[in-house]
Design a protein around this ligand. Structure first.
Ligand SMILES: Nc1ncnc2c1ncn2[C@@H]1O[C@H](COP(=O)(O)OP(=O)(O)OP(=O)(O)O)[C@@H](O)[C@H]1O
Ligand SMILES: Nc1ccn([C@@H]2O[C@H](COP(=O)(O)O)[C@@H](O)[C@H]2O)c(=O)n1
Length: 210
């Protein structure tokens, strides 16, 4: 298990390890399966900090960073941004936040994300929360999302589904083979999905879920 400070130190090739342990839960599932929606509920009830890899990448575009154009093109095509970029954003966000419990949503998206995060940070997830949902339902949700996202159009959605099947599902299978996947039926209404999520988190925390 790594520490937030270790993670940042590794990025900077420094040292000064500390004893502060960090707990990471990866939140995975297809585009539109409801990851962001349920993360907001988990934050409210269980005190985690929610870090969405997609949100961090979109913020990086807005910030005018030198990687902005590359990231924007990748997102428009539904492609996965090189892990070096995404991991740096995650590390920075973890350090700046200072909490010791993080939900990392939409990451790792492929084997390159997974292997590099582990080797750079030394952090392994406590478990993987996996939202299982049919493509038909996810497509309907994405087309109704109405948040002005450039990738919520049918052409890009189909590309994102393909990348999910080919690159992201194998990562979920990898963690499943290690007994780390907690699978949730995400096709139910939001409240029902959260009931199932609570059943996963409640035993791990002293905080009472309302
Ligand atoms: N269980 C549900 N039933 C019906 N609609 C839902 C459900 N969960 C989420 N939604 C709606 O579906 C849309 C997509 O949800 P959300 O943004 O949480 O998905 P996501 O998995 O984070 O998507 P992405 O990976 O594309 O960011 C939102 O408009 C949300 O309100
Ligand atoms: N690990 C990641 C996560 C996301 N992306 C890119 O962002 C797009 C949107 O992601 P959401 O999780 O917000 O749906 C995604 O399609 C990728 O283009 C990424 O590259 N790496």
């Amino acid at each position: 298990m790594g520490t937030v400070v270790d993670a940042v130190n590794k990025e900077a090739n420094g040292s000064v390890p500390t004893d502060k342990k960090v707990t990471v839960v990866f939140v995975l599932g297809g585009p539109g399966s409801g990851k962001g929606t349920q993360c907001a509920n988990i934050v409210e009830h269980f005190g985690y900090t929610h870090l969405s890899a997609g949100d961090l990448l979109r913020a990086e575009i807005k910030s005018g960073s030198e990687n902005g154009t590359m990231i924007q093109n990748m997102i428009k095509e539904g492609k996965i941004v090189p892990s070096e970029v995404t991991i740096k954003l995650l590390q920075r966000a973890m350090l700046e936040n200072g909490n010791d419990k993080f939900l990392i949503d939409g990451f790792p998206r492929n084997e390159e994300n997974r292997a590099n995060f582990e080797s750079v940070t030394g952090i392994e997830p406590e478990f993987v929360l996996f939202f299982d949902c049919s493509e038909e339902e996810m497509e309907k949700r994405l087309l109704n999302r109405n948040q002005g996202r450039e990738d919520d159009n049918i052409e890009t959605i189909r590309k994102r589904f393909k990348v999910y099947m080919e690159s992201s599902l194998p990562v979920i299978e990898y963690y499943n083979s290690k007994g780390k996947v907690r699978k949730i039926d995400a096709a139910q209404p939001i409240e029902k999905v959260f009931e199932a999520v609570k059943a996963v988190f409640s035993p791990l925390t002293d905080k009472v879920a309302a």
